[in-house]
Write a protein that binds this ligand. Structure first.
Ligand code: DQA
Length: 186
């Protein structure tokens, strides 16, 4: 089909207007502007101190029958429901726990910790936790206040938001629910 000069003119203007629409796509719509940092799920560190790798084998009347792996997977499942990334860690060594706290806390929103026996004398652990500036919840499977005198004192408690003691593995899930509310401000 032969185009009249007018039709060609119209065609040209059509091309021009298409180009200008294409160019227009590159212009950010202020209503659709995104954050200049990636949206990511908040991290909660769940730290277990010495001997907690033996859960399930340790005195079940004090510490329950669940293994550490079972407790951690329950928390990770709960974390998904709360839109939180639960990062579990266990070590029998205070320095290794401190190294973990120092390297991971800058990317984390909060900490749940069962410090095991370090609860009662772990001053460097306490300092490392305090240095993070993050909300910390201390958890104990057994009721440390109803046990030997040396267990009734926690050097961690004064720098923690709170302590949950004596409620078994449910102490961890309660701590995660509470911490989720606190870090999300709800
Ligand atoms: C514990 C209590 C501590 O006194 C003890 O040393 C533990 C476990 C608890 O979860 O009840 O290892 O932290």
């Amino acid at each position: 089909m032969k185009l009249t000069p007018e039709a060609m003119m119209k065609g040209e203007s059509r091309v021009e207007s298409q180009e200008s629409r294409v160019e227009g796509r590159g212009t950010p719509d202020p209503r659709l502007q995104t954050l200049d940092y990636p949206l990511c799920t908040m991290k909660i560190l769940v730290i277990h101190g010495p001997n907690l790798n033996m859960l399930g084998k340790r005195d079940q009347s004090l510490y329950g029958s669940k293994t550490l792996e079972e407790v951690n997977s329950l928390l990770q499942e709960q974390g998904k429901e709360l839109d939180l990334d639960v990062v579990p860690f266990q070590s029998n060594h205070e320095g290794t726990i401190i190294d973990f706290i120092q390297s991971e806390s800058p990317q984390a929103a909060g900490i749940i910790i069962n410090p095991g026996a370090l609860t009662h004398y772990g001053f460097s652990l306490r300092d490392a936790l305090a240095d993070t500036g993050l909300p910390v919840i201390e958890v104990h499977l057994s009721n440390i206040h109803a046990r030997e005198e040396f267990r009734q004192k926690s050097v961690i408690a004064p720098i923690a938001r709170g302590q949950i003691s004596g409620l078994g593995w449910q102490g961890y899930t309660a701590a995660l629910k509470i911490l989720a509310g606190q870090v999300k401000g709800i």
